[in-house]
Ligand binder design. Structure first.
Ligand SMILES: C[S@@+](CC[C@H](N)C(=O)[O-])C[C@H]1O[C@@H](n2cnc3c(N)ncnc32)[C@H](O)[C@@H]1O
Length: 274
């Protein structure tokens, strides 16, 4: 039975933070960190009718529900619920882990949204590194968003996606890129490295991003397409100030608030064995 509007509203209000902006019922919209509702039609095929789909690093489940909305026969959504199990540099402190744990609240956002939507998407706790066709099977369409950045070994993760993709299936990844290096070096594969105190690792330019996909045995179906992720109602608003403008991270956050987070998406297919 569909949930009453008031119950949905109450459950949305119980969570302090949402990662995704989801319209769970008419007029009941979660205050997400990002609002990807205009991005999904650019990135996902209009129809996924009959396809077996996988969403990796699902968080509140926006992409899983979008795939379901496009007619997927089955949607599996995987994530690591406990942020302590993410890839952290040893320089990280407990405070940030706690902030992320509070934001995640044991994956509660996905459960609330799935019930409100009457979704049949299946949530499984599994690291991208552990995706195994023996365990989860193979998929016709795989989406992984905003996760490569947070992985110590992004190539291994992409290899795992290839391993659970059908031979004629599609892997679609959308991830953070370095816009400056993309502009200055359109052909040379370069990345900036973070790895300091937070689970942020490599930020490639588009040339490096495409190279990462190929290095994992995936054949791009077209060039990587730049996209900006619009901030949602729960995104911090960063205003220009001396402190913000004089540090790199401040300038990045300011640009993300104004123009959206710079990312690129690319569709690929398992490369034929050589
Ligand atoms: C920045 S959020 C991206 C959410 C969503 N995929 C999107 O594109 O909007 C990163 C997500 O990846 C999950 N995550 C982190 N490490 C992971 C891993 N090794 N395997 C699977 N998911 C992971 C986090 O729990 C979080 O839900």
């Amino acid at each position: 039975m569909a949930l009453a509007l008031e119950t949905i509203r109450e459950r949305v209000g119980q969570r302090q933070q949402w990662y995704h902006t989801l319209e769970l019922a008419p007029g009941v919209v979660t205050p997400g960190w990002f609002d990807l509702r205009t991005v999904a039609p650019q990135v996902l095929p209009a129809s996924l009718a009959g396809k077996r789909c996988l969403d990796v690093g699902t968080f509140d489940g926006f992409w899983a529900f979008e795939m379901e909305r496009r007619g997927a026969a089955e949607v599996v959504a995987v994530d690591i619920v406990d942020p302590r199990a993410w890839d952290w540099p040893v320089t990280s402190g407990d405070a940030l882990v706690q902030i992320l744990e509070d934001r995640k609240q044991g994956g509660a956002g996905f459960d609330i949204a799935a019930e409100a939507f009457g979704s049949t998407a299946r949530y499984r706790e599994c690291s991208v590194y552990d995706l195994d066709p023996v365990d989860v099977g193979r998929f016709d369409f795989i989406f992984m968003g905003s996760l490569l950045l947070h992985l110590r070994d992004p190539i291994r993760a992409l290899e795992r996606l290839r391993g659970v993709c059908e031979a004629n299936g599609t892997v679609c990844t959308m991830d953070a890129i370095d816009p400056t290096f993309t502009r200055l070096f359109p052909r040379r594969a370069l990345a900036t490295f973070d790895g300091d105190g937070r689970p942020w690792w490599w930020l490639p330019n588009i040339a490096a991003y495409e190279r990462m996909v190929r290095a994992a045995g995936l054949e791009p179906l077209g060039p990587a397409t730049p996209v900006r992720l619009p901030p949602g109602a729960g995104h911090p608003i960063v205003k220009p100030s001396r402190a913000v403008l004089t540090n790199r991270e401040g300038r990045r956050l300011l640009a993300a608030t104004r123009k959206g987070d710079p990312q690129a998406w690319i569709q690929s297919r398992p490369a034929a064995a050589t």
